[in-house]
Design a protein around this ligand. Sequence first.
Ligand code: MV4
Length: 501
Amino acid sequence: MFRKILIANRGEIAVRVIRTCRALGIPTVAVYSEVDRHALHVLQADEAICIGAPEPNESYLNIPRIIEAAQQAGADAIHPGYGFLSENATFSQACQDANITFIGPPPEVISSLGDKLTARKLMLENNIPVTPGALLEGDDLNAWKQQAETLGYPIMIKASAGGGGKGMRVVHHPDEFEAACKNAASEARSAFGDDRVYMEKYIANPRHIEVQIFADTHGHAIHLFERECSIQRRHQKIIEECPSPVIDEALRTKMGETAVQAALAANYVNAGTVEFLFDPSDRSFYFLEVNTRLQVEHPITECITGLDLVQWQIMIASGQPLPLSQEQIQRDGHAIECRLYAEDAERQFAPSPGTITGLHMPTGPGIRVDEGVYEGAEVPVYYDPILSKLVCYGPDRETTRQRMVDALRHTAILGLNTSISFLIDALEHEAFRSGDLSTHFIQQHMADWRPKRDDKDLAAIAFLLNEYLMPAQKSHTSSSGDHEELPTPWQTIGTWRIGQS
Ligand code: MV4
């Protein structure tokens, strides 16, 4: 087993990885940027090393500096979390070159699956269903148009290096085809330095279903069922759940087996997610891409399987075979995850950084909180504004949904704006209740949503109560061993309800 693991990340996912390391008795090293000196992951790790300025390129994306930190601390493995360097083949390679185990797939796997065209070709060759489509090679626009005609409109142009919806265009009519190709290619060139594009038949009202896979270094692969992630805004997921309300047992088995075939075709190692588009009109599904990392929404899979996915990642990285066969993997109940973001509903959900002046998280049966912050913590402007994740689990979908609504109503995050009341209204929407989800859910059902309740006033009142009734100095020990005062040391005085009708 590893001597020491460095976590090349921050926030709730770094905290999550540290928790499993503690359970396994493996010492941890946090890395942090200059604005994260007092961040939760720094407080929780056994050691912490500052790796540079706040800008991600200077710190959390700085490969040489992170490798150097691992060597300095004597870490023999690095967990990349999600985002940052987690799907970076160069980083996986740099770890290998430094004789440090990257807890994730080998560099060749990351690069071949990271390129959407290469991945698409690989899946086609292995009889994995992909959306009918065509590569746009060469520069014969008329030949391309001919291919589009054969596919039938509407079509979608996608960037090979794509991600986050960049370089993507829907084309409804041949007249728009040329401009869409050019725009998609130029957007892809400026975003990824790679202007290769391809086209697919456009699925009008898809649902986003993904399958969790694991593969070991001994050639075995298994799946841990599906998650549905249809509730998203601008390619940012907001609510995820499993099992998917639209997938029956036969389809679950078929999609799971397809995902395992995809993993084997790619010589996959470690945790991955095979994404599919599901077309409810004919219940067909199509391979989209493979995410070569542990995902934000992995806790819902942990809830229904009872497994620790970070532990599995560490075991596989240390060379151990998968501990269970497919038949031994059981599923029970229903789980939902909500991402709690620091964002301002009144400004198109723009990031809303600041100081957390008060914090109360819910607890109780079937509630799990993956926290990334604490009362008094600063939320910097430089990074993804996810604060914490709230995960609820129950025997069935409706029990879990109600549990989540109640848990959100008993959550108070003061000092900055959050997505909490938006989440409550999404979960309470009739379409969500009935499981009628689609990737257009927010656009279709919540486009005109405005915060109805006076959350800000309630938050201010709660804040003042805390400040005047219960002042309490907290101090903590920094990574260097010095005692330092936290900037805003208030203490919660009990629960208050934010966002209740
Ligand atoms: C599609 C599609 C419809 N038809 N492909 C968006 C992200 C990228 N990885 C793939 N995406 C899509 N591909 C075809 N042929 C619709 C989307 C899509 C989407 C997919 C999953 C989750 C949310 C989405 C939001 C908008 C569009």
